[in-house]
Design a binder for this molecule. Structure first.
Ligand code: SF4
Length: 444
């Protein structure tokens, strides 16, 4: 009888960087002979890839670990690991609080998964949270070629990390503490990974990093890298995230306007529309500077779609500060706003400030902001009707395979009724209507 193939299950919280790290971990586990499963009760190894940017996802991790404790009681050989930013932040504490956990490792250590599993099998409980800024050197040079060649391609999209960490120390943010300082990958490794992904069928690439505008390696800036990537043969679309407003440069807007492959889409986190709050947040730019950059960009790219992050209820935020944020929403007219109530995060400068905005006020401001954004987005969606959009097909509708899903350049989701389309097709679509946030259209 052939022995059963061991299975793994990964639960991911947080950002695209975490999604990417989970993808890498699953590649490593597959390379070690594991098979993925969607069902935790069938897994031999369960990994929780965590996010500590906000308090809620962190709380969810601990409640999930409580459930897994019961699973481990019935299957004592089950290996449970906590990876990512909560692991980096809490380290040893997780092992102390949760007996069921066997391994805890920060984002710099996922490539050591085979060695960590080996140590756990020998009876050790492993914690790895020291900083290793040579992670990309390891990923690019020490992992066997076929692991890297695999790249992170999903359908027609490739996700490529260009840098990690952040040097900005925004007052509310744990990233510099959990992901460490900025480390950039070598440009030739990034370009090689993208070209390989394109050979494997990728049509769109996402350049990922906590602060991509800070990219600098071997004399190349983010501008130079984006310029080169945008000219790779066979690549139809380039997107990138996240950008910091203080590092956004009008020359990048010019490049976006000049290169048809760079999508008309930008995520530029605002956080607050009040200069006083921006200063307390240590964002190091004013609202006037932010708006000036946006106006320049809109002038160069009339159909640019913008998205942002907003925190409501930061310490000392007054009604006047909050209304300044609402005014920016009205002026910029974002297509998407990721809005959150402020919660203090460990080791951050803001955690030393009094969290003095009552929950009720935070909630009320959040609802007003969501309401305004829904109104703006409703008007924007309506204005698409009758227009022709370039759409990259990226999948089928879950319940009806005759309906194909795709994205406009501005990253709006579109449904098209045409069974002949396949993933990776770039087509012109006339928009005929919408349902919630989805545009609907027919082939032009
Ligand atoms: S720029 Fe600020 S918010 Fe963004 S990752 Fe760095 S510290 Fe965090």
């Amino acid at each position: 009888m052939t022995p059963a193939v061991p299975k793994f299950f990964i639960q991911t919280f947080g950002c695209q960087m975490n999604e990417h790290d989970s993808f890498r971990m699953s590649e490593i586990l597959k390379h070690c002979g594991f098979e993925a499963t969607d069902c935790p009760s069938q897994a031999d190894v369960i990994l929780i890839n965590t996010c500590s940017v906000r308090r809620n996802p962190q709380n969810k991790v601990f409640s999930l670990l409580g459930q897994l404790r019961r699973l481990k009681k019935s299957r004592p050989n089950l290996i449970i690991g906590v990876a990512g930013c909560v692991a980096q932040q809490e380290g040893e504490n997780i092992l102390r609080c949760e007996r069921a956990v066997d391994m805890v490792f920060g984002p710099d250590h996922y490539f050591r998964l085979p060695e960590i599993l080996e140590r756990v099998r020998k009876g050790e409980r492993v914690v790895l949270t020291n900083r290793t800024d040579d992670i990309y050197e390891r990923v690019d040079n020490f992992i066997p070629d076929n692991w890297l060649e695999a790249g992170h391609v999903e359908g027609c999209k490739a996700y490529v990390v260009i840098m990690k960490g952040c040097n900005n120390f925004c007052a509310f943010c744990v990233v510099p503490h959990t992901r460490g300082r900025e480390v950039c990958r070598e440009p030739q490794n990034i370009l090689r990974e993208i070209k390989t992904a394109v050979e494997k069928g990728a049509k769109e690439v996402w350049l990922l990093g906590q602060n991509v505008n800070s990219y600098r390696a071997h004399g190349m800036t983010f501008y130079n890298l984006l310029d080169e990537v945008s000219q790779i043969d066979g690549l139809l679309r380039v997107r990138f995230t996240s950008s910091h407003p203080k590092d956004w440069d009008n020359t990048l807007s010019d490049l976006m306007a000049e290169r048809p492959t760079i999508c008309n889409q930008l995520h530029l986190p605002l956080q607050s529309g009040s200069n006083r709050i921006l200063d307390l947040m240590n964002r190091r730019h004013t609202i006037e500077e932010y708006l000036e950059k946006i106006r320049y960009l809109k002038n160069r790219l009339h159909d640019i779609e913008l998205s942002t992050d907003i925190i409501v209820g930061f310490p000392t935020e007054t009604e006047e500060d909050f209304e300044a944020t609402l005014r920016v929403l009205e002026e910029v007219r974002y297509s998407q706003v990721f809005s959150f109530k402020y919660s203090p995060r460990p080791n951050t400068r803001a955690a030393e400030m009094p969290d003095d905005i009552p929950q009720k006020v935070k909630e009320e401001r959040l609802q007003r902001l969501i309401h305004l954004q829904e109104k703006i987005n409703g008007e924007q969606i309506q204005s698409y009707i009758g227009t022709v959009q370039s759409v990259l097909i990226d999948g089928s509708h879950l319940r009806d395979s005759r309906i194909k899903n795709g994205r406009t350049e501005g990253y709006r989701p579109v449904k098209i009724r045409d069974a002949g389309l396949k993933v990776g097709d770039l087509v012109n679509v006339r928009i005929t209507g919408f349902e919630n946030h989805w545009l609907e259209g027919v082939l032009q």
